[in-house]
Design a protein around this ligand. Structure first.
Ligand code: 2AM
Length: 179
C-alpha cells in the first residue's frame, strides 16, 4: 500500500502571537473579507511538498534532520492581498536571512526528491483569509508581531467534514551554529 499524505514544511506561529493576530484581524478586517483561518492553523509555509508517499517522506525527513542552522527572529509587519488566489496574508517587510536560507534548503531538497516546486520566488507569508476574491481594504502598516523561530516542522494537511487541519508529524530544532 502506498498511502499518500499532503505535506509541507512550515513554521507554526506561537500561540500567544496567534491569539493577538486573530484579535487584530477581527478588529481590522470586514467580516465579508473572506474565510478566516483558525488560530491553530496559522503558519508560514517554507516548502510545499504536495502528495507524498511514505518512502519519500522518510527521505525528506532525513534531509531536514541534517540541516544545521541558527534560530532567527521573524517580524510580521506587512500585509497584502492576492486577489487571484483569494489570499489575504501577513508577512515580513524584510525577510530575515535565516528564513530565506531555511526555505531555500528545504525547497531544493524537496525538488531533488521529486516534489514539484513553483518557479515563483518564495514569498514568506501567513495566510489570514482564503476566498478573498473581492477588493480588500488593507490596514495601515502600523502593526508588528515579532517572535523567535527556534524550530520548524513537517505538517500534514488533513481535510475532513469541510475543515482543514494541520498536524505536525515531526519537528527539528534550529541550533546556534558553533563558530
Ligand atoms: P497558502 O496559505 O498561500 O495557500 C498548506 O496548503 C500550505 O502550503 C499553505 O500555507 C499553502 O499556502 C501552501 N502551499 C504552497 N503551494 C501550494 C499548493 N500548490 N497547493 C496547496 N498549498 C500550497
Amino acid at each position: 500500500m502506498n498511502e499518500q499524505k499532503r505535506l509541507f514544511f512550515g513554521i507554526a506561529l506561537p500561540a500567544s502571537s496567534s491569539q493577538e493576530v486573530i484579535a487584530w484581524r477581527a478588529a481590522t478586517f470586514a467580516e465579508e473579507t473572506g474565510r478566516p483561518i483558525a488560530a491553530a492553523n496559522l503558519h508560514l509555509t517554507l516548502a510545499f511538498l504536495g502528495d507524498v508517499g511514505a518512502e519519500k517522506q522518510r527521505a525528506l525527513q532525513q534531509m531536514a534532520g541534517r540541516i544545521r542552522q541558527s534560530p532567527f527572529t521573524l517580524t510580521l509587519d506587512d500585509a497584502g492581498h492576492w486577489p487571484r488566489s483569494g489570499v489575504v496574508w501577513l508577512g515580513p517587510k524584510q525577510a530575515p536571512r535565516g528564513l530565506l536560507q531555511l526555505a531555500g534548503l528545504l525547497r531544493s531538497q524537496a525538488a531533488r526528491s521529486g516534489c514539484y516546486q513553483s518557479p515563483l520566488p518564495f514569498h514568506p507569508h501567513v495566510t489570514l483569509f482564503r476566498n478573498a476574491l473581492q477588493p480588500v481594504a488593507l490596514p495601515p502598516r502600523n502593526f508588528s508581531w515579532q517572535f523567535r523561530v527556534e524550530r520548524f516542522a513537517l505538517f500534514e494537511s488533513l481535510f475532513s467534514q469541510g475543515r482543514t487541519r494541520y498536524r505536525a508529524l515531526a519537528s527539528w530544532e534550529l541550533q546556534q551554529e558553533s563558530l
